[in-house]
Design a protein around this ligand. Sequence first.
Ligand code: FAD
Length: 380
Amino acid sequence: MDEIEHVDIAVIGAGLGGAAAAALLLNAGFSVHTFEQAPEFSRLGAGIHVGPNVMKIFREIGLEQRLSEIGSHPDFWFSRDGNTGEYLSKIPLGDYGRKEYGASYITIHRGDLHAEQINILPKDKIHFDHRLTGIEERDTDVLLTFANGNRIAAKIVVGADGINSMIRETLLGVEKPRYSGWVGHRALVNMDKLKSTGIDFEPCVKWWWEASRHIMAYATKGDGSEYYYVTGVPADTWDHDTSFVDSSRAEMEAIFGGSHPMVQALIDATEEVTKWPFWNRDPMNLWSRGRLVMLGDACHPMRPHMAQGACMAIEDAAVLTRALSITGLTDYASAFKTYESTRIKRATKVQRISNANTWLKQPEDPAWVYGYDPMTAELS
Ligand code: FAD
């Protein structure tokens, strides 16, 4: 029989949430091993916003400065009418955000962010090519079985394994996520074509049309050398087995053609564009049981329209670490209770607003999201 290795904390999934949990728990002095199904990560063409709420966590992890150097620092989040270009809102970020919210608001390439998060983890504590296939809850630990045959016994297991989480399945039963009725197109545009228009592209702007169709466009590098957009478009069905499919400039033209000249320039500069379905689940009331606990998309997936899905996963990681630091590993049950009751209200509120796709369309005060400090906020 294969030997069973013993660890204190097993984090399942080294996505943006799991990698943050691993770094924070290690910093707090816990013995943590992370298991990721992918053999490695690649730099897929996608951007991400990181709010000041989460840059404060990256300060704790030791990545704030590095991410600030790589990422773009928009002075505003603009919302604009997709046809006329009229400004619907101008939400101040930049210096205002640093002063009011206590950290920068950045937009960055998702792969660059993730690579920084993975690179700071000790190589012997992160295990790629480990797809979790079995969970056996025992009296004193949880026995984890992986597709490669390895078996690990962990005192607690953090399910950071995304929307199709196996930990969620164990806690709540098998249930496929629901197709939300929306797809998103993602593209890094051709910068030569974009620059040749002579137009000054705003570093962070969301273009809106009727029925909440939109294009969120932003820079993913501080030097302005990369520009990205992601759309939100209603679509009755998703008939593909893959997580995304290729789209085309023609499809973008068919959906958004004839809009404001800046939008048209974005479409014209599109060479490769992919199309992704947005999946969803209803809010869950159970985030942990016994020695199993979940974070991020495993327990609160959402449509991405508030640009806070990963931010909530990373906030979860910070609060879970703080709760465990107070109780110690032995009293994980109290820590999980504190974690869940501290997080559920905020994460569910963000999930609801994100799904509604109303965030910052009109002038509003985002301080409750960006001003929050997960490292010091009261634990309940
Ligand atoms: P994931 O990132 O899904 O990571 C889960 C990890 O677990 C993966 O690496 C996976 O391989 C691994 N895994 C799964 N099953 C197993 C298994 N059985 N064994 C081992 N490993 C396993 N959020 C923001 O904050 N800002 C944004 O601007 C933003 N933009 C977005 C744009 C789009 C188009 C989309 C779709 C999402 C966006 N999000 C954004 C949301 C964000 O991507 C997710 O909320 C975030 O990735 C969730 O992180 P996670 O760590 O919980 O899960």
